[in-house]
Each structure stands twice: as structure tokens, then as C-alpha cells.
Design a protein around this ligand. Sequence first.
Ligand code: GLN
Ligand code: ZN
Length: 765
Amino acid sequence: MTTIHNLGFPRIGARRELKFALERYWRGEADRAALAQTAAALRREHWQRQAQAGVEWLPVGDFSLYDQVLDTSVMLGCVPSRFGHAGGAVDVDTMFRMARGRAPSGEPASACEMTKWFDTNYHYIVPEFHADTRLALSSEALFDQVREAQALGHKPKPVLLGPLSWLWLGKSKEAGFDRLDLLEEVIPVYGEILNRLAAMGVEWVQIDEPILVLDLPLRWKQAFEQAYHRLQQRQLKLLLATYFGGLEDNLTLACTLPVAGIHIDAVTAPEQVDLLVSHSPAYKVLSLGVVDGRNIWRSDLGALLDWLEPLHARLGERLWLAPSCSLLHVPVDLAQESALDDEIRQWLAFAVQKLDELALLGRALDEDRDTISGPLAESSGAAERRKASPRIHNPVVQKRVSAISDIMLHRKHPYAERRRLQHARLKLPLFPTTTIGSFPQTGDIRKIRRDFKAGELGEARYISAMQTEIAHCIEQQTRIGLDVLVHGEPERNDMVEYFGEQLDGYAFTRHGWVQSYGSRCVKPPILYGDIRRPRPMTVAWARHAQSLTSQPVKGMLTGPVTMLNWSFVRDDQPRETTALQLALAIRDEVADLEAAGIAIIQIDEAALREKLPLRKAAWQHYLDWTVRAFRLCSSGVDDATQIHTHMCYSEFNDIIEAIAAMDSDVITIETSRSDMELLDAFVDFEYPNEIGPGVYDIHSPNVPKVEAMMALLEKAAHLIPAERLWVNPDCGLKTRGWPEVSAALENMVAAAQILRQRHAKAAAG
Ligand code: GLN
Ligand code: ZN
């Protein structure tokens, strides 16, 4: 029998039940018992759905009230001292305070850092380590959930984040302390957890070590051997799970670790399957992740069987099948998408459908293909129809892509010459002030958009309501004294969805939510076909905003790489080809904005860094094509038109040259939280164009002081010539309220003014 198992199921609920339960609890509208009840009900339902689909070993411990890395820290008793944990079991509010800084009970404290989980858009809470960190088993949650699953008659396979991945993902908070030194503390606690699970009758434990797909230092590789030798357990079997990439140079290491089974991602790295089979000892279970856990396309079962049948013949019982990674990264159930058109729906599979696919594959392998002839024909038919669909293929677009020439990737003149023309045209002061694009999205604005979408508000009234909002934004910015204005983006629900909705080749779901962090979810649009822009997307709003003021108003667009990285993207052509199609559509929009008299156009690449490959060897290729896509969309303008870009997340030091190669006239970057850590990059590398390192941290409700912002700017001015520095917040303001935004921007403008005076004096004296 081919064993079907799952690495993890989306926990948020098909209708985001967990999100709403959490938020009710945090607001104090529901008690702990109510939250626990919702959580238990979701687990019960999720196990049942998986069992129904034919999954034999059900993941337990993949559920979380906030984040699985945080759960691991809590289980190991790794709670930073500022949360006042006195030892013993860590209670749920302590956990929430670690994640969010506050909870219904306990003193507020600054939350732990949050960062992206590998190259996904899921964020985890970063464990904090000190030399004196002591660990002890501090939570019963996993054991309780195992009992819960057993009581429901399921076969639980507890899921643990492995000790080395947990340590790797954490941060030493003490200079000179190497977190790997904590391994001695960690291993005994994992040993205790495994003993407890064995005593409960657990047979298999999934131990996730996704860092095995990264470039690991030698010491870490050696630590794997030590750690797993010590974790060998006679009574239960360990399934070592890796995902998000290939094992590559860690393959031999992974294959020789003393565990009973290993899972690999056969979607992102199918080439490692044969190597794994030949390198693994004959006793080991090999779990192949053959169904994509990170994308929403239906599998071609026939093609998969062609691949799997010979493997099955060779491996027999040792072959297990699973999704490539946890299904956390896809929506729950396609069956809810009643509004999606039938043609596109038949191409898709969400979590539940993916498990069905695995069960079908298992049956076909154990019996033969005929036992699943119906579903097999359907699956192949859908794959054929998708390949041939005219909705996917647009010859005009394909021709344009193949005709992209080098000239299209270059501005007419280098930055130094453009600069003169732009300065003559824009007449901006030294340290020009601006914002990143969005202004507060009030309840009113959201309601107007909702009513318009629902057909309850006519188009004319919608437009006039939005124009009023834009006028309000312009008025406020003028009052505050900003130099370069924005229209405020009231018409945009989301910076990707807004554009996707206006492009051919994009589809949208109603309930396709995916957890981003905590209770926050995103609903990535589905990019299924060749991208075409039927008509201008932002010009009317930009023109209206510009008509209200004589100061420059920035046109505001989302860049091709961000569109790509925050969508579910077609898998039938390279991502870079899709990026070029998006870039062409945006290039057309840029040209239309320019023709409408917009002198500054910002193209946001908020998510460019997010999908930087996990292996360094693959970086350059990624950076090459992403920079190319950006240059393609931004280079069609005249020298006197100023191109801006904006990027979130401050870890740019290692890719600064690629950022310079984008050749944007101005870049604004998120830096304020890391105290201008970004600027380290400028010590060795002279960034050639203009730059606005964010001085106002918009992620906090606090109003930054004039002095604090000046200090940041002075710091920046040490490394970047003053005439190339801009003054701006570190991201869009849409999640903030007007009073704090006004106060903060007033301070920001004041800081810029003082700086200007100082510089004028210095120049005169
Ligand atoms: N222009 C966008 C905004 O201000 C940029 C958002 C982002 O960087 N995530 O909202
Ligand atoms: Zn941003």
C-alpha cells in the first residue's frame, strides 16, 4: 500500500473562523474557553476532511493559534525575559504578548521580531537567544492535541519543527554568542517530547528540517549528525521533512541521518528524486511531495503516474506520497468558489482537492490506473484544455515579449544627465519630502468601495466620492507642506489586486485566503494567462489629483515583480516570461501617465526581495531577470520624467548592486525600524541615484519626534550626498489613522526644513 500523508493543513479555517475568533478574543469580546472551542472545532473538522480525502497519517501540531515557530519556542520554554515568564507552563496570553506585544492579560512588552518564512509570504515569530537561555518542556498543547486526534479515532502523526531549523531561524541577542551552542539545551527537551509521544502510542513523528535546503555552514551540517544520533528513539519513527527546494549538497547528509523516513519536495526539485532513491538505505521510507503545496493548479495525474509507477515498482511500501510542503500556503477548498467561472475552476486545486489527488494517485499505484479511469480522464482533459485555452494564450502579447529589445531596457540618458532635466522641471528644494503613496483607508472609504462593488452605488457617485477623498488628501498634504504629493490610493483595496482586476490574464477568488501572519490573511489573485492591459488603469485618478495642485503629484503603480510575487502564478511558462508580460502592461501605463502630464511616476517593488532564491548560487539569475523586468516597465519615459520605486523590508545590503541596476531615479526604502542598518551597504558601495531611507516607522502608531527623524537623516547624510537624499516615511500610510499621520508628517516636514537651513548655512559659511 502506498501511504498517503499530509505535512500540514491550513489552520485559519475555510471561512477564516480562526481569524475572527482570535480577534474577538484579543478585543476582549470572547473568553479563552470560546477561543479554545473554535480551535478544537477547526482541528476536528480539518482532520475529518483529511481523513475523508484518504490521508492515512494526519498531521497534529500543524495547527497553531498564531505561528508554528512561536509554538515551538513556547514548547521549549524559550520566552524572552521581558515577558516576565516565571517558568512552568507558558500561558496563551504570554504567547500572544510575544507575538503582538499585548494580550488580554499580562503587561504589554515589545513584541518579538517577525520575519518571512523562507521564500513564502508567511511570517514567523523569531526566537530570541542568549548565552544563558535555559530550556525546558513548557507546554502540553501538542500532547493534548494528539490525545484529541486519538479520541476521534485518527492516526496522528505529530509535527515538530526540528531542533536545528528552530535554532537557525532564531536570533542570538547577545554579541558573540553563537546560537548553535544552544543545541545542548535543545536536544534533551526534544528527547523528552519524543519519549512522551512514544508513551502515548504515537508511531510516526514528522520532524521538519527545512533548512536542509539552504547553504549551511559546516558546523551546522555536523550538528545535524550529532543531534539526530542523539534523538534516535526505539519506539517511534522519525520522518525528516524538507521542503521549498532541493537538498543538493546536503543530500548525502540527509540520507544518512538515522531516521526512519525522509520527505522531499519533488515539485520545486524533481531532479533530486532519483538521487534520493539511490542514496537512501533500503530500510527508509521515502516520502515524495509530488503535489504542489504552494500553488493552486490541479495536477495532471496521468503525467504524475508516468513518473511514479516505476518508482513505486522499485520502492513498494517504502513510497509515501504527500504535498510538496504544508498546505498552509494554499486556500482550503475550491468548492466554496461559486463565483469563479467554470473554465478556470477546472484548472485549480486547493488544499482539499490536492489531498484528493494524492489519494487517487495512491489507488492507481496500488491497484492500477483503471480503478481511477474517470478522475484520470477528467484530470488529463483539464490539463489538455488548459494548455489549449485561448484565454491563456494571446499571440499579440507573446509577439511583443519576443520583440523586447535592449533599447527598451535603457533610459535615453544616464542618471546624471536626467537629473539636470528633472531638477529644472520639478524645482524641488534640498531634502524633498514625500510619502509612499497610500493615505489612511478609513471605514468610510472601504464602505464606498464595497457598495460600488456590490452594485449598490452607481459609478458616477463612486467616482465623485473618490475624487472628494483625493481632494482631501491633496489638501492635507499641502497644509502639511510636503513637496511631492500623492493622490492617496483610496480606490485601491490592495496594491496587486487593484491592477490584476484591470488586466486580462488574472482571476480572483472569494475565499482564497492564505495566512500571512497571526490572524492576517491575504487573498492572492490567480495569474492564469498572458497579461494584457485593455485600457489605462490609473490615469483618470492621477490626472484628477494633478488638476488640484501646481505641485507635482506622483503617479502610483505596482511593479511587475511585486505583481508576480504576490499572486498565484501560472506554472506553464517561466516566471520571468510572465514578469516581462506584466512589465509591458505597466510600461504602457507609465507612457499614458507621462502623456497625461504626470512628471513623477512611482513603480512599487515592495516584494522584490521576498523571492530571492534560497540558495545563493541562484541569486544572480533571479536578480538579472527581476531588474530586467523593472527596467522594461520604467525605461520608456523621457529623461525629464522622474521614476521612483519603493521597497519594503530593509535587508538590502547583499543586493544593493541589483537595486542600483534598476536605475530608478529615486528609491524609497523601509529602514526606520532597523535604525538605518541599511546604510551599511553604502559604506562600500556608492549608490548612484537618489534615495529616501524611511525615517518614520509607519508600522507603529507612535508619532516620531522631529529630533529622532533628524538624527536618522543626519546619519544618512554621512554616507549619501545631501543633494541625493529624500525625506519620507518607510511605507504607505493606509493602515494608520489621520490624526497620527498628520502629526507625524508635520514633524517630518519640520525635520527636513531644519536640515535645509543647516545645509544652507553651512554652504554660505
Ligand atoms: N504605494 C503603496 C502604498 O503606499 C506601497 C505599499 C507597500 O510598499 N507595501 O500603500
Ligand atoms: Zn513598503
